[in-house]
Structure formats: structure tokens, C-alpha cells
Design a protein around this ligand. Structure first.
Ligand code: PAF
Length: 282
């Protein structure tokens, strides 16, 4: 396992890999790894010659300084988890200065409004921050394949558009959401939940399943309302958004057309901890 913190070191290693015609798999993360990340890493390991995992808590994608401060960090444990999968995985763990060549600065992109929907309504400039760092990573590692989780579906669509805008040659691989035994989507933020609230949070996935079941049989405003009322009745739980939108544009539509594809997105604040999830409906 190679662990680097300098871009120069990475550039030399990547240039050697490219000369040898090796395929490169990249798994960008913000650390505090869980089974969801590990499944992306295993997928990368199975399909590439060289695997890089990046661990960097990117400040430009946080619009709330407390959120950034409280974001769980556990580098030593992350390395142990990666080693358990294989010793043949390289890790890049830079500091802010190294990634941003100085003060972290945000690049502003035109995402065709994808960044203004859902998460974008509550986290101003979040996706510009994500795209800024992902662009830096894709340009540094020049991966054949880059791996992201479906839990952050809106993020995957933003990255898809970024790849288009910057004409980056990479295959974007979207891997299924990993869940705990109660259905809660795995997230580094789950570590911030009390045991009781974590258990109760299974209501989020149960609600998505409910929406999928009734999407074509009951009026959409009715099922959305049912779910909102139920979740908001839980102590410490508050829905930030729950929307059924076009799977591609992520826009709300006035009518649901059977020939189009829709996805439900949810964000619930559980005692201040933001939990997001989504499900493909048809
Ligand atoms: O999904 C994440 O963990 C982050 O948004 C990413 C893609 C690593 C960029 O910082």
C-alpha cells in the first residue's frame, strides 16, 4: 500500500502506470469509511490494474462551518479498513494547501440547473465545491474508471455534467447504495446519530419503498403528504425535502408521464444530522 500526501508523488506514479498501459480506478472519498465506500473500493479492485482511494474532507463543498468541523474524521481506521481489503490499494491523503495550491477556491460551473434542485436548495454552492475538487482529482489521477455511490445520486449527475463540460475521459461508475440491516443508507454521518435515532431512521428507506409501491396507484401529492406527516411526527425528525422528480433533469414536473423515469429524493434532519437517500420509482 502506497500512502501519498503530495501531488508530485502521485503524478510520477500515474505517469508510470500510464506508460505501462495499466487501467486506473479512482475512488474519491472524504474518509470515515464505511461498507458503502468499501464496496466502491472492491468494485474498483475487481476491474482495474491500479486502485487509488483519495481521503480529503473538501472545505469548498461545506456551506456551514459547523458541519465541516463536525464531519467525522478517522484516517488511521480508514487505512486499516482499506488494508483489510487488499494491500494493493494506494491512498492519497493531501491537505488543503496541497489540493488547492493555497487558499481553497471554488470554481463556478454551469450545470444546467442540476445544482439548484434538491440538495442545491439547501446547500448553496455545495455542488460547485464538489465539482471543483472532483475535477482536480480526475485531472491528477487520469483514471480509466471513477467510482461514486448512488446514495448521492444528484452528485453523480453533477459529475457526469462536469465530465462533459471539461471533456474528461473517464468512465463514471455508479454503485448501488449500501444499507444497514434496517435499511438505513450507509453514510459517514450515521456515526453522529444516537443508537435510538439510528434505529428509528429506518423510516427513511421504508418511506421510499412506500413511495415506489404507490407511485403509479395513488396520487403523488397524497403519498408525499402521508410520508411527510409520518416522518415529521417522529421526535427529533424533520423532513428538509421530499420530492419526486424527473430522473434526468431532477426537475419537478406538473404531470407524471408513464413514459418518463422518476426518482424520489429525501433529506431528513435527525437532531441536526442530515440524512439523504433516494429511490428509482419506475
Ligand atoms: O461523496 C463524497 O464523499 C464527496 O462529495 C467527494 C465526491 C469525495 C468530493 O469531495
Amino acid at each position: 500500500m502506497i500512502v501519498c500526501s503530495r501531488k508530485q508523488e502521485v503524478m510520477e506514479l500515474i505517469s508510470d502506470s500510464i506508460k505501462l498501459n495499466k487501467t486506473i480506478g479512482l475512488v474519491p472519498t472524504m474518509g470515515s469509511l464505511h461498507e458503502g465506500h468499501l464496496s466502491l473500493i472492491s468494485e474498483a479492485l475487481a476491474n482495474n490494474d491500479i486502485i487509488w482511494v483519495t481521503i480529503f474532507v473538501n472545505p469548498t463543498q461545506f456551506n456551514n462551518s459547523d458541519d465541516l468541523k463536525n464531519y467525522p474524521k478517522n484516517f488511521k481506521e480508514d487505512l486499516n479498513l482499506i488494508k483489510k481489503i487488499s494491500n494493493n490499494i494506494n491512498v492519497f491523503h493531501p491537505n488543503e494547501m496541497e489540493i488547492y495550491d493555497g487558499k481553497p477556491l471554488l470554481k463556478v460551473y454551469d450545470f444546467n440547473n442540476l445544482d439548484l434542485e434538491l440538495e442545491g436548495k439547501y446547500r448553496a454552492s455545495h455542488f460547485n465545491g464538489v465539482a471543483t475538487v472532483v475535477s482536480k482529482l480526475l485531472n491528477l489521477f487520469k483514471p480509466t474508471n471513477a467510482y461514486f455511490g448512488e446514495k448521492d445520486y444528484q452528485q453523480t449527475q453533477i459529475i457526469n455534467r462536469l465530465i462533459d463540460i471539461e471533456k474528461i475521459e473517464v468512465n463514471l461508475i455508479i454503485c448501488p447504495t449500501k444499507r444497514d440491516k434496517n435499511g438505513l443508507a450507509l453514510s459517514s454521518r450515521n456515526k453522529l446519530l444516537s443508537k435510538k435515532n439510528k434505529k428509528k431512521s429506518s423510516i427513511i428507506y421504508e418511506s421510499l419503498i412506500y413511495l415506489k409501491k404507490y407511485f403509479q396507484n395513488k396520487p403523488v401529492p397524497l403519498i408525499i403528504n402521508e410520508v411527510k406527516t409520518k416522518i415529521n411526527s417522529f421526535q427529533d425528525f424533520q423532513i428538509e425535502y421530499l420530492e419526486i422528480v424527473n430522473n434526468k433533469s431532477l426537475q419537478l414536473e406538473s404531470n407524471y408521464d408513464k413514459n418518463k423515469v422518476y426518482r424520489a429524493f429525501i433529506c431528513v434532519r435527525v437532531k441536526g444530522v442530515r440524512l439523504i437517500d433516494n429511490i428509482l420509482l419506475n
